[in-house]
Design a protein around this ligand. Structure first.
Ligand code: PMP
Length: 458
């Protein structure tokens, strides 16, 4: 079957949109070939404009834990639309969604926004406003949206000096230059990038400049360099260090929130270990496939926010009634059975991928963070775990490309990058998993046969 219609649409898109896409990873640049234009989704499946069906292991990059076009979400949204699409006033669904979030997570209050980027941007501003300090610690390889201050070593792994003055006093990390043109050096000059899972370097940074650090922001479990879980005690240690030094601990649960458990990743660590983040950011699942996100936290911190406090933050479509209805309906349907299904589906696929790659002799580390998981195409059998961005960057990417395209040709839609987690939904039933299982041996063989100079399809 050809990709004629996708190719035609991509040509049109390239004329009117840079790179033909509205978010870079969709352009397939890491894997080559023509991005598939999707026409519809149902349950665990996506259907492209050429009529191909795919088992979807991206799930819109996380939001769709119930699968595509869940009938109850669709009908709740249809009813909401018929009542009007936006009021610019407070309304019931946003209160109900906030209540649901507060009930499930360690936050006292939330403010709703429209994207994960807005959530982390606002959380950083609030942390700085609350503490009266400027420095932000983030970890190399963690992605928190395209916030200026957080686009330092966001996936580049190479931090450069931005401010000799600040670096001199800032301890072992490197104050970073922007990872992209267009971000003023001043925006990242107060961002200290440290290696993920290395509590020692955070301790040293606090020892050197603890009274200037406003916050530490981390993905609750990392999904943006592939799935890299925090080592035992890492998040707890961050929470404890922040408390000791009067900084705020921001746990970014945009990806993990309401997905890896009903309380997000905090349900897997903080809730058990007895600590809470000061601020948490949410997105994806809580919007049910619509643009909705949130940041929330301690009542005294949230009280610094306008209109009751001086830290300004606002949004024309924040708390939009359609988005909040979709999110609320999704969360209400996200029962313990749904989480059990996600966990089982993820563990099964994870095992199948590991077996297929190993059977074909492809060195691999397939690892999970809750029910997020991903394979790393490591260069040597001796690599047994990926703990940080340096590890994640040391992959045989050509093998990922070959594997990805074989899966795609066989009707399985994977993230088109080796730095992404895979996502399942409760709609990923045995039939969908059987399809994946059937495709894996050929894809693993393609990965085994690939060579470093293979560029993938043009
Ligand atoms: N934080 C994390 C952990 C994310 O994974 C993402 C997006 N993948 C964001 C923030 C940014 O969210 P958005 O794309 O909605 O701006």
């Amino acid at each position: 079957m050809s990709n004629r219609r996708s190719a035609e649409l991509f040509e049109r898109a390239l004329t009117v949109t840079p790179g033909g896409v509205n978010s870079p990873v969709r352009a397939f640049r890491a894997v080559g070939g023509t991005p598939r234009f999707m026409a519809r989704g149902a349950g665990a499946y996506l259907y492209d404009v050429d009529g191909r069906e795919y088992v979807d292991l991206v799930c819109s990059w996380g939001p769709l834990i119930l699968g595509h076009a869940h009938p109850e979400v669709v009908s709740a949204v249809q009813r909401a639309v018929s009542r009007g699409t936006s009021f610019g006033t407070p309304a019931l669904p946003e209160v109900e969604l906030a209540e649901e979030i507060v009930a499930r997570t360690p936050v006292d209050q939330v403010r709703l926004v429209s994207s994960g980027t807005e959530a982390t941007m606002s959380a950083i501003r609030l942390a700085r406003g609350f503490t009266g300090r400027d420095l932000v610690i983030k970890f190399a390889g963690c992605y928190h949206g395209h916030v200026d201050a957080l686009l330092a070593a966001a996936g580049s792994g190479v931090a450069a000096l931005a401010s000799a003055e600040v670096v001199a006093g800032a301890g072992p990390g490197v104050l970073s230059s922007p990872a992209t043109p267009g971000v003023p050096a001043a925006s990242t000059a107060a961002t200290l990038v440290l290696p993920y899972n290395d509590l020692g370097s955070v301790q040293q940074a606090f020892a050197a400049s603890g009274d200037r650090i406003a916050c530490v922001i981390t993905e609750a479990a990392c999904g943006n360099m592939g799935a890299v879980a925090p080592v035992q005690g890492f998040n707890a240690g961050l929470a404890q260090l922040c408390r000791a030094h009067g900084a705020l601990f921001i746990s970014d649960e945009v990806m993990t929130g309401f997905r890896v458990s009903r309380s997000g990743h905090w349900g897997l660590d903080g809730a058990r270990e007895g600590w809470t983040p000061d601020l948490v950011t949410f997105g994806k699942v809580m919007g049910g496939g619509f643009p909705a996100a949130a940041f929330g936290g301690r009542e005294d911190v949230m009280a610094r926010l306008a209109p009751i406090g001086p830290v300004y933050q606002a949004g024309t479509l924040s708390g939009n009634p359609i988005a909040t209805t979709a999110g609320l309906t999704t969360l209400r349907l996200a029962t313990d059975e749904v989480y059990a299904r996600l966990d089982t589906a993820a563990a099964t696929i994870e095992r199948l991928v590991r077996e297929a790659l190993s059977d074909s002799g492809v060195p691999n580390v397939v690892q999970a963070a809750g029910n997020l998981f991903s394979p790393f195409f490591v260069k040597s059998e001796l690599s047994t775990s990926i703990r940080n961005f340096a590890d994640a960057s040391n992959q045989a990417f050509y093998r990922h490309r070959a594997f990805f395209h074989s899966m795609l040709d066989q009707g399985v839609y994977l993230p088109p990058s080796a730095f992404e987690a895979w996502f399942v939904s409760a709609a990923h039933d045995d039939k969908a998993i059987d399809r994946i299982a059937a495709a894996l041996p050929r894809a693993a063989a393609a990965a085994a046969a690939s060579r470093p100079d293979d560029e993938g399809p043009a």
